[in-house]
Design a protein around this ligand. Structure first.
Ligand code: TEU
Length: 609
């Protein structure tokens, strides 16, 4: 790492609205249906109806997962028309109304731009597939089949790349009409666009202008680091047991490919430089500092920030639907690394631990039992609201919503294409192996994207207030909604748990308070220096956040362990007051010097001098 230079430090800490903004991610299918709707799906009108709720929490920006016209093969991440809204979600006018209601509240909209691929029902693709000489043929990636048994033998995919949302399948889909394969990295319904073609890029810039002119304030750019593929489409190395897997993960050949930065700089030049935007690029599979800074460095001229996957991939071996043991030291190292890198190298980052592609954080990183769910969720809230970067909160995270119960039947209740493909593969390959079947079930219980996609829990009424009581929601509501819901938590009704008392702040109240504190003390929490304390401690994550002027210094101590532990305050540190914690309401009674006992999953915040 380069040493600190005062000018760089200055740019990192230069205030910008998009650095301080709290971004709240809505998953539109599951957020809020509107009164009278009979489909059991959430809607744009539903989002608009909940803006006061979001404002009360402290959100400034709403990012909605895709609401565009789509056959929903991958829940809207397969877009059939970038300039129209799926009828189940509403109309363009509904989005206009959403934007205007947001603006009335001094809030903004971020649109989910999915342009690595389109739906196979997009007009561009329908034309492309219609014939080899169609003008849009080259807008997608077409290749001749391999025929290893001679000219008349059955067609085989051009290489061994596996599909991302179902690694039993090829990333290439055969199209009989023209006797060629097209590349479809995620599912056959999501053909990859050919970014090499300047017409494709111009069409994307056009879509971006369309939404920015309509009042959107920026984009979350879906898998934007996958848009440039390594030419020649080389064979992937063998990672998965070839006896079970014909196809192999090929990330190396499309993650941050050779032309990525050319494309992103062009996007900036042609579109983003003309507006005042917030942009966040979703970039799985990249952890290289130099590479990341090429996108998020203060003078990079690409994107404001990205989603780095290190934290949410902490339990990922080679493919996401698999398990890998991890411990707190690794988690601390990941968080501390990116905090330091962005400060020292003048970049900017996002802070997030949940989204629609991951299990619930309280279940994954803490303990979601009735006893500890609340303190665990508050521990995670305290960590995130005190880290540098732009903070993203995923719907329901502010309530400590948890994974679906293990008793749910996979075939009956899970809806995600990734889960379904994975489960079908497991059942097929391991039909006679109860142990492997059991393991597959465990993977789903721990990792399925479905966990984050259940309807938002608004209140204790039937369907949790997500949709009318007599309508069946598109996905089952988590069984715990009578206890875990927004109405109860905003009022302050709290279950007693884990040595905490009924007087504790609820998870929602704690988030609200912590967001408010983050904004009031942005100099320290958003822009300040980050110093980790005791990196080797196996159970406790502790750090200092200090403002550049040195007038604010906060100590954060987080016990990521389900037992009481002790932590020693370093001698040079003068702790003034323990301001709040995941137990109780206000100031916490703890020693100001020496040994600090911490309860299970307890997080505490202190003001220092
Ligand atoms: O996700 C891309 C991505 O890489 C993952 O988070 C993905 O869920 C994981 O790799 C699966 O193993 C984005 C969207 O967020 C996701 O919902 C879409 O399915 C995907 O792109 C395709 O558009």
């Amino acid at each position: 790492m380069t040493s600190q230079n005062p000018q760089q430090q200055l740019a990192y800490a230069t205030p910008q609205w998009w650095k301080e903004a709290i971004v709240y991610q809505v998953y539109p299918s599951s957020f809020q249906s509107h009164p009278g709707a009979t489909t059991g799906w959430g809607s744009i009108k539903g989002i608009t109806a909940r803006l006061d709720y979001l404002k009360a929490l402290g959100a400034d920006v709403v990012w909605s997962s895709p609401f565009f016209k789509s056959p929903q093969a991958d829940m809207g991440y397969d877009i059939a028309d970038y300039k129209d809204i799926d009828s189940r979600y509403g109309t363009l006018e509904d989005v206009d109304a959403l934007i205007s209601e947001l603006h009335k509240r001094d809030m903004k909209l971020v649109v989910d731009l999915v342009v690595n691929h389109t739906s196979n029902q997009h007009e561009w693709f329908l034309q492309s597939r219609s014939s080899k000489d169609n003008p849009k043929r080259d807008w997608y990636i077409w290749r001749k089949p391999k025929r290893s048994g001679g000219e008349d033998s059955p067609p085989e995919p051009p290489n061994n790349w596996a599909q991302i949302l179902g690694e039993a399948n090829s990333a290439w889909t055969f199209d009989e009409k023209t006797d060629e394969y097209y590349l479809s990295l995620f599912t056959p319904e999501q053909p990859d666009l050919n970014w090499e073609n300047p017409e494709v890029r111009a069409a994307v810039w056009d879509v971006m202008h369309f939404w920015l002119r309509r009042g959107a304030s920026g984009f979350r750019l879906d898998v934007i680091n996958l848009i440039s593929k390594v030419p020649g489409y080389p064979e992937a190395e063998i990672f998965l047991d070839p006896r079970d897997h014909k196809y192999q993960p090929a990330l190396k050949y499309f993650v941050n490919g050779p032309k990525l930065h050319d494309y992103l700089r062009e996007m900036h030049r042609e579109v983003l430089s003309k507006y005042d935007t917030i942009t966040v690029g979703e970039m799985p599979g990249v952890s290289d500092e130099d590479e990341i800074l090429r996108t998020v460095g203060a003078n990079a001229g690409e994107l404001r920030m990205i989603f780095i996957f290190d934290l949410v991939d902490i339990d990922k071996p080679t493919v996401r639907m698999a398990l890998k043991p991890w411990d707190l030291r690794e988690m601390k190292a990941v968080v501390a690394r990116w905090q330091r890198v962005m400060i020292e190298r003048n970049g900017w980052n996002s802070v997030f631990i949940e989204n629609h592609d991951n299990p619930r954080s309280v279940s994954r990183y803490t303990d979601d039992s009735d006893e500890y769910r609340r303190v665990g969720a508050k521990l995670l809230a305290l960590m995130q609201t005190t880290l540098g970067g732009t903070l993203f909160v995923y719907q329901g995270e502010e309530l400590g919503m948890r994974n679906v119960p293990k008793t749910w039947d996979i075939d009956e209740e899970y809806r995600d294409v990734e889960t379904i493909n994975y489960w079908n593969k497991v059942k097929k390959i391991y039909a006679d192996d109860p142990e492997k079947l059991h393991h597959g079930r465990t993977v789903i219980e721990m990792k399925a994207r479905d966990h984050a996609r259940t309807p938002m829990q608004w209140d204790a009424s039937p369907n949790a207030g997500f949709c009318d009581p007599d309508v069946k929601p598109w996905m089952r509501v988590n069984d715990d909604y009578k206890v875990v819901n927004a109405e109860a938590q905003m009022k302050g009704d709290s279950e007693t748990s884990g040595g905490s008392s009924g007087d504790d702040l609820t998870v929602w109240q704690f988030w609200q308070q912590s967001i408010r504190r983050r904004k009031e003390h942005a100099a320290a929490f958003v822009y300040g220096d980050f110093e980790e304390l005791a990196p080797d401690h196996p159970n406790v994550f502790a750090y200092l956040r200090t403002s550049a002027a040195g007038d604010e210094k906060w100590l954060v101590v987080l016990n990521y362990f389900g037992r009481q532990v002790e932590w020693y305050i370093p001698q040079h540190l003068i702790v003034e007051e323990w301001v709040c914690g995941s137990y109780g309401r206000g100031p916490v009674r703890k020693p100001l010097k020496g040994i600090v006992p911490l309860k299970p999953w307890e997080g505490v915040l202190a003001r220092c001098v």
